[in-house]
Design a protein around this ligand. Structure first.
Ligand code: BGC
Length: 766
């Protein structure tokens, strides 16, 4: 009490506030001081937008406005005040950092710290209060058009990578906005699909990275997603926001809607929403009514209810407090830097993260390229020259410079070799959901030209894959199938037949079919690599950098190997609610029962009449069941012994590693890893925990620790992992608590989730 009075007295006597008046310890005091001086109208006005990307402060008291920007891979170009058009500024070109899939593939939290710090400096320089990211939804289907913005299929990996990103970003006095909370694992029907999931899967998988972001990362804001959960939109969902996020986890930051995700004033008021953005648009159209902000759900409708006494002061003050806290932590923070833009450090960081995240999937010795003077290199594929920072939806970027793969390869090899280019295929333009259909004759002539030229080259480097067009890796729609588009399978097959020295580089944020894999001597998984894409790729192909990325998600053989697709339309993309097969309808408005879901999944869903017919969005309430429950990604493939093309955690190097026999002493597992090859390299040592005998079905193993270790040729290092009780637990949805059962656990030490180098036992007594 004394402390509060001490601060209130000097501040009340001021008319405006200065940064020097504030320090972190004072934030709560300042919040209360400001709140006590604000009118009802001022409090309410904090909770809804004043433009497409900003919300007001309290001008009378000198409390600054909130400026948000996408996120998460760089600071987006300026958008018009009232619509989605590009503002056309000339001073808003940024450094594009690699997509978050690439960051996850580095398996190196230090890269996430660097990423967050650098992107935060750019956001700070551009005067942004909140950067809209990182995205931590999990990889449930390879069709999800936004997987490239997320961090893969494993909640532990995503948690380990998002926490340092958030801390690095927020160290600049710029808030993160972790998205999309929660259960937004697809774009099809994203505005309304009602996700049914058990509490066990919710807590063990889908909420885990959000929980880490809040409790370990200290996230200052979080974005409520478009979809529904328990028949209520997630952005103002009583359970997700009030019960779990704010009460269970103690989140003290602001809940911001996804743009246009609010649907109802009462729910917005009472279910924990703090800031409404982007209403009355579908997130893509440019037809927002001009200056209709007061008509937002938390606009005058909210104010009127307050005036009528229908909203308790505790709720009005709680929303205002959270918004003030956000502003005090950012705009009004003492000692925050000024930020910087496109600095050499930013460019270097973008290149470094890309180098660390590129994954070598196959190599029969063709890589690194052994070029000699006068050799001919043919580069084929549209992605060798196309901008891959443009498009993709809200994560689009306008980089100051984007080094294309062709440019990067020419710079690296051009002094000794001739580097020629043939396009090979073309994807056409895509505007607002429409993709150009190109004539077959064009495909044929581009393909024939590339194949002819390939016959004559010493090396062919193919750079293809997906792109940021609608129905590729792009927000607002999912992919239509598991194949590479634009006739690439045929083109790749013919190139491999024409020239056996063909290196395949596939750019994507998703897994895809590879009918040509057996014939391919070398395959590189490149993500969307940002400004320094071409340099980073050339670093790997030339061997200047030894590849060390590992997959953050599994590559299955076919779409129906993924459980979401095995189930039929009920598992993805959702069916109309009257088509829900029993017993899968569950009880409306209640979480599903994990044990029942798993029992049915283990029986291969026999006897259940799955709906084959997906909803069509007409009813706007399609329902979808996460019927694989806790068996997501490798957890499923392991459990059912389903072969995958490339497992979670997989990635090759130009050197080789050998593992010693692991040992356990008490709770500490130790393993030695040696570089047995001729070049320096890095290995990601992965520790998975499994509980064979449990009262519930558990995954065979789950990632609980990893370490990326750099080793010179001949060098050996000891890697340790200390088992924590938390690593042994499952979420018991019947008791609503985490439980570790006594008994024997296995610790698997691997180079990937499939390549297990050793196993040790651990006896747990509680
Ligand atoms: C996306 C968000 C994004 C927001 C603002 C929405 O359509 O889902 O991820 O931050 O738009 O651009």
């Amino acid at each position: 009490m004394k402390k509060i009075l001490f601060f209130i007295i000097p501040i009340l006597s001021m008319t405006t506030l200065n940064a020097a008046d504030i320090n972190d310890n004072d934030i709560e005091t300042m919040v209360e001081t400001l709140l006590s001086k604000m009118t009802l109208e001022e409090k309410v006005r904090l909770s809804y937008a004043q433009s497409k990307f900003s919300s007001p402060g309290v001008p009378r008291l000198g409390v600054p406005e909130v400026y948000t920007s996408d996120g998460p891979h760089g600071v987006r170009m300026e958008i018009n005040w009232n619509d989605w058009g590009h503002a056309g500024w000339t001073n808003d070109s940024c450094t594009a950092f690699p997509a978050l899939t690439c960051l996850a593939a580095t398996w190196q939290p230090e890269m996430a710290t660097l990423y967050g710090k650098m992107v935060g400096e750019e956001a700070r320089y551009r005067n942004k209060t909140v950067l809209l990211g990182p995205g931590v939804n999990l990889y449930r289907t390879p069709l999800n058009g936004r997987n490239f913005e997320y961090m893969g299929e494993d909640p532990y990996l995503a948690s380990q990578m998002c926490v340092p990103y958030i801390q690095g970003l927020q160290s600049n006095g710029v808030a993160c906005c972790v998205k999309h909370y929660a259960l937004n694992e697809q774009e099809t029907f994203r505005n309304h699909v009602d996700v049914r999931v058990s509490d066990r899967a919710l807590y063990e998988l889908y909420l885990r990275p959000f929980h880490a972001a809040v409790t370990e990362g200290g996230a200052w804001s979080i974005m409520g997603s478009y979809n529904q959960y328990l028949d209520q939109h997630a952005t103002h969902n009583a359970r997700l926001i009030n019960d779990i996020l704010k009460k269970e986890w103690g989140f003290d930051g602001a809940v911001i809607t996804d743009w246009g995700a609010a649907h109802n004033t009462d729910e917005a008021i009472f279910n924990g929403l703090d800031l409404e953005m982007g209403s009355f648009t579908d997130g893509l159209s440019t037809e927002a009514p001009i200056n209709s902000y007061d008509d937002y759900y938390l606009g005058k409708a909210y104010l009127e209810k307050c005036r009528k006494g229908e909203v308790p002061d505790s709720i009005i003050n709680d929303k205002a407090r959270r918004m003030l806290r956000l502003i005090l932590r950012t705009e009004m923070a003492e000692n925050r830097g000024f930020g910087s833009m496109n600095s050499p450090e930013h460019i270097a960081a973008a290149r470094r993260i890309a180098q660390e995240g590129i994954v070598l999937l196959k190599n029969n010795g063709l890589l690194p390229l052994a070029t000699k003077d006068g050799m001919k290199i043919l580069v084929v594929g549209e992605n060798a020259t196309r901008s891959l920072c443009a498009g993709g939806g809200s994560s689009e970027l306008k980089p100051r410079d984007e080094v294309s793969p062709l440019r990067g390869l020419k710079e690296r090899f051009g002094d000794r070799c001739t580097v020629e280019y043939a396009k090979g295929y073309e994807s056409g333009r895509s505007m607002f959901g429409m993709v150009d259909e190109l004539p077959q004759a064009l495909y044929d002539s581009l393909r024939n030209e590339a194949v002819e030229k390939a016959k004559d080259a010493d090396y062919v480097i193919y750079v293809g894959g997906l792109n940021k067009n609608h129905t590729q890796d792009c927000e607002g729609g999912d992919r239509e199938n598991y194949q590479l588009p634009f006739g690439q399978d045929r083109l790749i097959t013919e190139l491999l037949a024409a020239n056996s020295n063909t290196v395949l580089v596939i750019v994507s944020g998703n897994a895809y079919d590879m009918p040509w894999l057996e014939k391919a001597p070398a395959l590189v998984q490149s993500w969307y690599l940002g400004s320094e894409a071409g340099h980073a790729l050339a670093d790997i192909i030339s061997g200047d950098v030894c590849p060390s990325g590992k997959l953050p998600f599994s590559f299955a053989y076919q779409l129906t190997d993924y459980p979401a697709h095995k189930m039929g339309a009920v598992g993805y993309p959702g069916v109309s609610p009257d088509k829900l097969p029993q017993p899968f309808g569950g009880v409306e408005g209640k979480p599903m029962n994990s044990a029942e879901l798993l029992k049915a999944a283990v029986k291969g869903w026999k006897g259940i009449d799955f709906c084959k017919e997906p909803g069509n969005g007409a009813k706007r309430n399609e329902t979808e069941i996460y019927g694989e429950d806790i068996l997501l990604g490798y957890r499923w493939f392991d459990y059912f012994k389903t072969k995958v093309r490339f497992p979670f955690g997989f990635g090759l190097s130009y050197t080789t590693f050998s593992y010693g026999k692991p040992a356990i002493n008490g709770r500490t597992v130790t393993v030695s890893v040696s570089n047995t090859g001729n070049v320096a390299g890095q290995e990601v040592v992965q520790f998975y925990v499994g509980d064979d005998k449990a009262s519930v079905i558990r995954p065979v193993k789950e990632l609980k620790h990893f370490e990326k270790v750099a080793l010179a040729p001949g060098e050996t290092k000891q890697i340790t992992y200390t088992i924590d009780d938390e690593d042994l637990k499952f979420f018991d949805d019947t008791q609503h608590k985490w439980v570790a059962e006594p008994g024997k656990f296995k610790i698997y030490i691997g180079s990937s989730s499939k390549d297990i180098k050793g196993v040790v036992g651990f006896n747990y007594k509680n």
